[in-house]
Design a protein around this ligand. Sequence first.
Ligand code: ATP
Ligand code: MG
Length: 443
Amino acid sequence: MRLSRYFLPTLKETPSEAKIASHRLMLRAGLVRQESAGIYSWLPLGLKLLKNIERIVREEQDRAGAVEMLMPTIQSAELWRESGRYDAYGKEMLRITDRHNREMLYGPTNEEMLTAIFRSFCKSYKELPKMLYHIQWKFRDEVRPRFGVMRGREFLMKDSYSFDVDEAAARRSYNRMFITYLNTFSRMGLQAVPMRAETGPIGGDLSHEFIILAETGESAVFCHKDLVDMPAPGLDVDFDGDLQPLVDERTALYAATEDVHDEAAFMAVPEDKRLSARGIEVGQVFYFGTKYSEPMRANVSHPDGKERPVHMGSYGVGVSRIAGAIIEANHDDEGIIWPLAVAPFKIGIINLRQGDEQTDAACESAWKALEAAGLEPLYDDTADRAGAKFSRMDLIGLPWQLIIGPRGLKDGLVELKERASGERQNLSLDAALDLLRTVCASS
Ligand code: ATP
Ligand code: MG
């Protein structure tokens, strides 16, 4: 992509309304624009980021055997009356009336809708287990939308729903998502700690939140320090095998959010291992048994011929919130530092002397070679000063900068800078391209 044709409205000034780094940087790097409180447009660079996050979430859902579908954003109030949540949900629900005076709502979550879909097609235990998911916009009329996309009103969520014959089977589904979430966040360069959590309006009594530790996080959390750097289970996990030992390993040590915190149990953790911190909730998993299937009569016939309500769980990932969480965890004074796996572009090419014949030609050939390798670099071919190009490239945080100018080219050299370490090396253009092809292909 040529920057001269792209749409990258970066800001020089720090927007005063932004209180935390990720919000400031998302606005300054031209990723999003606020349209009204808690409602954002995703500008081209932001959309690429969002799609990369979404892709990793999707790949890991698929790997775990969940099946993708798409439900609408607008739902009928009727469904929510069946479960009893229409009145219980309160002011966070955006209620809408259509031209025929029918009560509708912008979905804050989809337990009711998927339960209704399930019950209309699945009648027998033989069709179980089933795990379905979608990635769709949600609306919650939050009292205090803030921190940019971290607490929006309209936000993108991946939500999965599991259907099982009984509690034991439902726990196996729960474990699948538990393990999948750890792998998902790890692929994005995030260390998520699973913590026991309150179930809130979703209901049930078994739940974990996945928390990224960050000073600017909204949740107060308490955990054993050993959980913080425990590696993710890894992509070669056998999802058809017994996942309980992997889950046990990660739930044996104390970890809880404020709402379910047990001070006495926490005090039993050795003092040097106690961590009381703040965190960002990027995902949550719930097992709620028959909370929806019973009132909504989503029953399946069992081998004994009797019908019983199906056991359900739901599993959410805050796709758009993760964009903010990644920046909270990866930035410096100059700007964002994208982990390679989610970077909107992996490589930026900086032309230090636009209009200089030899420099333009070297940049064009680098651009084409990287395009041909499927790496789609962002080529800064604008007429801006070198200093402005450097600071913009640092601000938008692309992992690799390929810097090409007449001075280096005289000796047959270009410069390659790694954004994260700040390390620079001079090498021939061919060597630089080879290196980029190798390091970028592996993510
Ligand atoms: P919170 O406690 O932060 O309000 P929640 O527990 O109500 O979130 P869930 O119903 O568990 O949210 O939704 C699943 C995921 O969706 C959350 O883990 C979070 O990552 C994301 N999410 C929830 N609310 C918002 C929001 N207002 N803006 C952005 N992401 C959100
Ligand atoms: Mg939650």
